[in-house]
Design a protein around this ligand. Structure first.
Ligand SMILES: NC(=O)c1ccc[n+]([C@@H]2O[C@H](COP(=O)([O-])OP(=O)(O)OC[C@H]3O[C@@H](n4cnc5c(N)ncnc54)[C@H](OP(=O)(O)O)[C@@H]3O)[C@@H](O)[C@H]2O)c1
Length: 295
């Protein structure tokens, strides 16, 4: 049985990883900022972790002694990171380096999560060999996290991913559940026709991360959906699949909204040739329509 530490167990991806690991019968410890007051999921040990605190990541790894760590926890709001870049670097980059160094001492493999927004999206699609060119503080903090993890521990995989769909504990973290929540409340959504991403389901990504725990692959790996889609097309497909009012969606171009903060990356599209070369040892993320067809 694998002893797994999942950081960010209360998040969209961390929650999916916890579910997947439990389903495999692994010994799972999940972190959250405060130990949940409610009854935790069966078989999961919860541990408090605040990445803003220097040393906290290392202390948790020393206590849990995992075989592998899937490090999903991060300051994930680009707007919050833009407003407080120093905190974003502390939580996203410095703490990731500490986590990787602690994994090196504990001889635990680390799977670290990062983002397509390490690229400014001006000249994609991007492969693992491309140098980060982030346009936002969030993207820069995640690019710094990639370097920090790689420098601290050889037995790592740095997984860059894209927009995630799925159900989160908070009910608004999946791009599909956020849209559904807005439209069901009668709210309008202004969506860019010229911003492309490669969305995928959080539980498909979780399955790849769990498979990577026992795989020999080391280094950067792009794990994204099989097709690029605009924010607007994504909204239309979500609305159709969920029976929502399409007239609430407004197609806009980025140029129609001057002074976007943080700056948007028009097409940080990830190439996934390396992932495809690792199939079938790693599972393949499903296409968008298959993800949306499931309810
Ligand atoms: N969602 C996406 O579309 C997307 C796209 C590309 C990359 N990613 C990457 O994938 C990873 C997971 O994203 P997600 O969507 O699952 O994020 P999420 O739903 O926002 O969850 C973030 C998790 O990190 C925790 N966290 C935040 N600040 C923390 C801190 N200072 N100390 C300890 N824990 C902290 C949160 O805990 P609380 O519950 O206490 O806030 C939560 O458990 C992230 O590394 C993100 O950069 C996500």
């Amino acid at each position: 049985m694998t002893r797994l530490l999942v950081t960010g167990g209360t998040g969209l991806l961390g929650g999916a990883v916890v579910e997947g690991a439990r389903g495999r019968g692994w010994d799972v410890t999940a972190s959250c900022r405060r130990v949940p007051g409610r009854s935790p999921a069966d078989g999961v040990a919860w541990a408090a972790l605040d990445l803003a605190e220097p040393g906290a990541a290392g202390a948790l790894v020393e206590r849990v002694r995992p075989d592998a760590v899937i490090h999903t926890a991060a300051m994930t709001s680009p707007a919050e990171a833009e407003a407080d870049p120093a905190r974003a670097f502390r939580v996203n980059a410095a703490a990731a380096g500490e986590m990787a160094a602690a994994c090196a001492r504990a001889e635990a493999r680390i799977i670290h999560l990062t983002t397509d927004l390490v690229f400014d999206g001006q000249s994609g699609p991007y492969g693992e060999e491309d140098v980060p060119t982030a346009a936002s503080a969030y993207g820069r903090s995640k690019a710094a996290s990639e370097a920090a993890v790689a420098a601290a521990h050889a037995d790592h995989v740095v997984v860059r991913t894209s927009l995630l769909l799925g159900r989160s504990a908070r009910g608004d973290r999946g791009v599909d559940e956020a849209m559904e929540r807005t439209l069901r409340a009668g709210g309008r959504a202004r969506l860019f026709v010229d911003e492309l991403r490669t969305p995928l389901a959080a539980d498909d990504l979780a399955a790849v991360l769990l498979a990577l725990c026992g795989h020999a692959y080391r280094g950067l790996l792009h794990v994204a959906g099989p097709a690029a889609v605009s924010r607007y097309d994504l909204g239309v497909r979500i609305a159709r699949a969920r029976g929502l009012d399409l007239s609430l969606l407004e197609a806009v171009r980025m140029a129609d909204v001057p002074g976007l903060v943080p700056p948007r990356a028009p097409a940080p599209v990830l190439r996934t040739d390396r992932l495809r070369a690792l199939l079938p040892a790693l599972p393949r993320p499903r296409a968008l329509d298959a993800v949306l067809a499931r309810r």
